[in-house]
Write a protein that binds this ligand. Structure first.
Ligand SMILES: *Cc1c(COP(=O)(O)O)cnc(C)c1O
Length: 366
């Protein structure tokens, strides 16, 4: 399929080089946005059309737009990395494009092709490449975070799939997730709330899942925890994932266990990549149900030596402890997170072009 060409409407007030360079020195996460955004429109009778890269700025949305009332919305998260030679790459974008279509089907939104999804990232980066920070060293994990999203924009309060839809990509420079090195996080086990139920939207990346997780996130913060772990809704027994990251358990004998995919678990691109890299590291990946009892007992006995969470934003994050209303589940094993850190370095070396791309996971953007 030919790549649709994007009409370029350049910003007449791009940020001055000096100001941008200042932001790139300390961008934080999700606070600053580049000069442009990509946009493609869809309507029931005209399919995808009107491909544009235009100045970043507020959207004009009818107050009756169905996204504002019924939450018909999906999104993606993917990063652009600057390599040592100045070129800019992204990681497995076809996986994100495929997931975006899975999410779209569940939310009754139109599917976007790989060509349009990856084409929109390339078209945006062609304009805004100066916003991709340059790592100062191999431990500097800066990047440009890309946020494709799709919203139902038809002005109609009837409950049915919107006949007008807009797809956008915005971009935000991001510093390393952890300032001053990777530190294990404490995780709150939510007992009041569930993230997903069978037949629901758990496997789709939609804003509604995140909206529903915020009350649990507040609870976590009240208990000094940075993240929430969710159990399954049916039996309140099986470990699923965090609000926005998948979970892995490292066993003493070299098994690497992650909950098997169901329609209540979001399939992370990082999760999938870790399963592949783990084999190269001599680990034995296992996708299977893992219960909260196995977590508790494995942590106590030393059978489980490490636990980590993974996702695009934070890459791989060691889990220090699991906190519940009445217990703290800590690992009694050495706890040096050696496996998590080794996998983390492997993944980052690939993404930043410091090791051979033997799986063909990188796509050049600029
Ligand atoms: C995005 C997301 C992940 C991580 O996916 P990656 O593709 O690895 O970034 C995990 N769980 C949930 C619920 C998510 O929304």
């Amino acid at each position: 399929m030919p790549t649709a060409s994007f009409e370029i409407l350049p910003s007449n007030q791009p940020m001055a080089d000096e100001l941008r360079e200042n932001i790139l020195k300390n961008p934080g996460f999700g606070r600053y946005f580049t000069d442009h955004m990509a946009h493609i429109r869809w309507s029931g009778d005209a399919d995808w059309h009107g491909h544009q890269v235009r100045p970043y700025g507020p959207l004009t949305l009818d107050p009756a737009a169905s996204v504002l009332h019924y939450g018909q919305e999906i999104f993606e998260g993917i990063k652009a990395y600057r390599h040592a030679d100045g070129s800019i790459w992204t990681f497995r974008p076809e996986k994100n494009a495929e997931r975006f279509r899975r999410s779209a089907r569940r939310l009754a939104l139109p599917e976007l092709s790989d060509e349009d999804f990856i084409g929109s990232l390339k078209a945006l980066l062609a304009q805004d490449h100066a916003w991709v920070p340059t790592p100062a060293s191999a431990s500097d994990e800066c990047s440009l975070y890309l946020r494709p999203f799709m919203i139902a924009s038809e002005a109609f309060l009837g409950v049915r799939p919107s006949q007008e839809v807009d797809y956008y990509v915005i971009a935000s420079p991001a510093a390393a997730y952890f300032k001053g090195g990777v530190a294990p996080v404490s995780i709150w086990l939510s007992s009041n709330y569930k993230r997903a139920a069978a037949g629901g939207t758990g496997f789709a990346k939609c804003g509604g899942n995140y909206a529903a997780s915020l009350a649990a996130q507040k609870e976590a913060e009240a208990h000094q925890c940075g993240q929430v772990a969710f159990l399954d809704a049916a039996e309140n027994k099986w470990v699923e994932e965090l609000g926005g990251m998948n979970l892995f358990f490292v066993f003493k004998d070299g098994r690497l266990v992650t909950p098997r995919l169901t329609d209540t678990i979001l399939e992370g691109v990082t999760r999938n990549s870790v399963l592949t890299l783990a084999k190269d590291e001599g680990l034995t990946p296992e996708e299977r149900p893992i219960s909260i009892d196995e977590w508790r007992e494995g942590a106590a006995s030393g059978e489980i030596t490490e636990i980590f969470a993974c996702g695009t934003a934070a890459v791989i994050t060691p889990v220090g402890e699991l906190v519940t209303e009445n217990e703290r589940i800590q690992l009694t094993a050495s706890g040096n997170n050696e496996v998590a850190m080794r996998l983390r370095t492997k993944l980052l070396d690939l993404q930043y072009g410091r090791s051979e791309d033997k799986y063909g996971w990188l796509t050049k953007l600029v």
